[in-house]
Ligand binder design. Sequence first.
Ligand code: DON
Length: 554
Amino acid sequence: MLLFVISSCQTEQPTIKYKSVKEIAAKEAAVVTAHPLASEAGLKILQQGGNAVDAAITVQFALAVVYPVAGNIGGGGFMVYSGEEGDMTLDYRETAPSQATEKMYLDDKGEVISRLSLDGHLAAGVPGTVQGMWQAYEKLSKLKDWEALLQPAVDLASGFPISSQQAGLLNHFKIMFDTINGRPTPFTKETPWKEGDLLVQSDLKQTLIRIQKLGAKGFYEGKTADLIVQEMQKGGGLISKQDLADYKAIWRDPISMRYKGHELISMAPPSSGGIALSQLLNSVEPYDLSKYKPLSTEAVHLMTEAERWVYADRAEHLGDSDFYPVPTSNLTDSSYVASRMNGIQMDKARISEDVKAGSFEESEQTTHYSIVDADGNAVSITTTLNAEYGSKTVVQGAGFILNNEMDDFSSRPGVPNLYGLLGSDANKIEAGKRMLSSMTPTIVKKAGKPYIVVGTPGGSTIITSVFQTIVNIIDFDMSALDAVSTPRFHHQWQPDRISYEQGFAARADTSALSKMGHTLRKRSPIGRVEVIIVDKDGLQAAADPRGDDSASGY
Ligand code: DON
């Protein structure tokens, strides 16, 4: 558990205390995020009568300050909303700059130039976060006080004490920050960071004040836009004034699905999350998973075999539907899903090489937060810079980090991206297009009302972690904290293996799975799931124990 008390006499800063709370029971409202200070900021807005969207806006900007590894104003994300205004989703994913081209990361021989889509200025897409928050505010805010919603972030930018995980990450990436920026940044210092050190972000504070005063124009026009374009010119990046002025977030219909009597809504393309989750749940629905134990050989095998074909489809068919005809209804059709599960044996693994994408006649770091307000409105948001600290490019004078989301495009068919994901024409780079995502912010409804609010970071593992958490709650009847804490496993078609985290092997029978033909490999922790369950007794909120994540509520 984290506990910081910085007294004002030592630091000349206001006293900032925080501790990480992993599980709460609340009567009215709850918020779970990757950082205790962001959860507390969101909670205060809810207590002041703000709705879930108001709290989400406050959390998004607070995370941009206190969780710079993934919280952002230089990145993008997706919001799923269910409440008084209906069901809707907002796509504030980054776009490829207008100068971007299909072959921009290839050398003369057509080979991918290592890390060009990941490190530095050329890796950045046009950020969507501030437009996303602004459009969400205009449509759904109850408080109607933008300035007040941003104030916690402005205050926190004066300085907050970092956790030991944060100190470790900042130290780990110091050389990259130095190399890419060629000057000191707020994220680097001469001596190593340690727990409790204050992270002071004065330029970011001024940027936030401009956004606070001018709304989205405080980012996409004027001084902030000038600073972004100047930064691009220094490092060969492509984002132009026009790209910034043109950026719009897009309201999209959710992907709706049913699972064992529940109705779910999740994100449509340019995220693959909603379609893939629908395919996964639909694949296992005919099976009575509840007769198996969680992490039993049968449950792991079945879920893995579904994951194998779903990721093969993702590689072939998914991309930004504004640029490519994604066959959504074919992919989520129940007889198609049944045909893809056909032939699966309960005692034998399939081989990924034998599993191709279906065909049709026509055709650690991201962050998630879940919020439910006192009126039962729910918001599920996953937002990202892509890799840890994105492209590591800090906009000089503006104090924020730019994403490296361009790597989520397929730089060349058959060449895996950072997460080992393959892609095709559907996800090739085109000017103005949005790169394919795995982010899967999801709301499960029961009797028409939000029941589970869930999501996670984790690159390609996002979809399977959301899948596993939903199965843990619905099929295995777990509490929110158990659902989040249970060890996770993941298969993504290629590479052909089940990757699993600490704790899995102690509970699952890895030798039985190997005998069936599965290859297994242990890896680092998978995801940071934040979940709220709304049931008849109130709200259960659980923050992932794998990080500093924290739940608040009242
Ligand atoms: O949109 C996506 O799918 C990725 N950019 C998400 C990256 C991510 O989750 C990294 N976190 N571990």
